[in-house]
Design a binder for this molecule. Structure first.
Ligand SMILES: C[S@@+](CC[C@H](N)C(=O)[O-])C[C@H]1O[C@@H](n2cnc3c(N)ncnc32)[C@H](O)[C@@H]1O
Length: 222
């Protein structure tokens, strides 16, 4: 999938806006504020993509803070840097973070937990690089419970989004990425497993908020 992320990077923001009916930017900004991101903090955005979380984070932490974006995709990191959304871009994986212990006040991961190979290794790494008292915030989508919402959501992600992506970007890789998107959402680890693994990793104040039955915000404190 790495090649697909690289090849789709320049279309990613447009696709994200289409998938979320234009709510993607305001949602990320509001969630960061509500989770306690504040001026002066040093933040790591894991799986930063084009920097759609890093961008509002940069505004919130201000000139005395710092936002570092990490992603395995050079194409995505290039977009994040080109748009000035991260102070530093680092190529790497969530499961093996290239940072010393106790480095960050705040750590985010948006819509990428379904891509990690090992949840426990990933959360061990998050806890290691956070300072004592530092917070992890993981945003992820889950399938809606009600059958009607489930079928509407599936039709939107599996049928509408890939075709509108192809028609608006003329990009085969971007369409392929969106073809896979539903599968990654459909088979994402259940919420109970995510919460339990955060606790087993040694995080405190483990919490989950759900918005419109789809958007999950998992938070935990070191
Ligand atoms: C759907 S995009 C999310 C981008 C951004 N966080 C956002 O909120 O829009 C998923 C990103 O996860 C990255 N990714 C995939 N596997 C990863 C891993 N094991 N560790 C870190 N990032 C990963 C991809 O390269 C891609 O940029």
């Amino acid at each position: 999938m790495g090649d697909l992320f690289d090849a789709s990077a320049k279309h990613y923001d447009r696709i994200s806006a289409m998938m979320s009916f234009g709510t993607d930017k305001s949602y990320r900004r509001r969630v960061l504020r509500e989770a306690g991101l504040a001026p002066g903090m040093r933040m790591l955005d894991v799986a930063c993509g084009t920097g759609m979380i890093a961008s509002p984070a940069r505004d919130i932490v201000g000139p005395s803070g710092q936002v570092i974006g990490l992603d395995p995709s050079a194409g995505m990191l290039g977009e994040a840097l080109h748009r000035g959304r991260v102070d530093i871009a680092a190529q790497g994986l969530a499961e093996h973070l290239p940072f010393p212990d106790d480095t960050f006040d705040f750590l985010t991961m948006g819509f990428a937990l379904r891509h990690v190979a090992d949840l426990r290794t990933t959360f061990d790494e998050y806890r290691r690089v956070l300072k004592p008292g530092g917070k992890a915030l993981v945003l992820e989508i889950t399938r809606p419970d009600s059958p009607l919402s489930y079928h509407l959501f599936k039709f939107h992600l599996k049928t509408v989004v890939p075709w509108v992506t192809r028609l608006t970007t003329f990009s085969r890789p971007a369409q392929s990425l969106m073809d896979y998107h539903w599968d990654t959402v459909a088979y994402c680890v259940p919420a109970a497993t995510i919460l339990e693994t955060l606790k087993q990793t040694g995080f405190a104040a483990v919490d989950r908020r759900v918005q419109v039955g789809i958007f999950n915000e998992y938070s935990a404190v070191k």
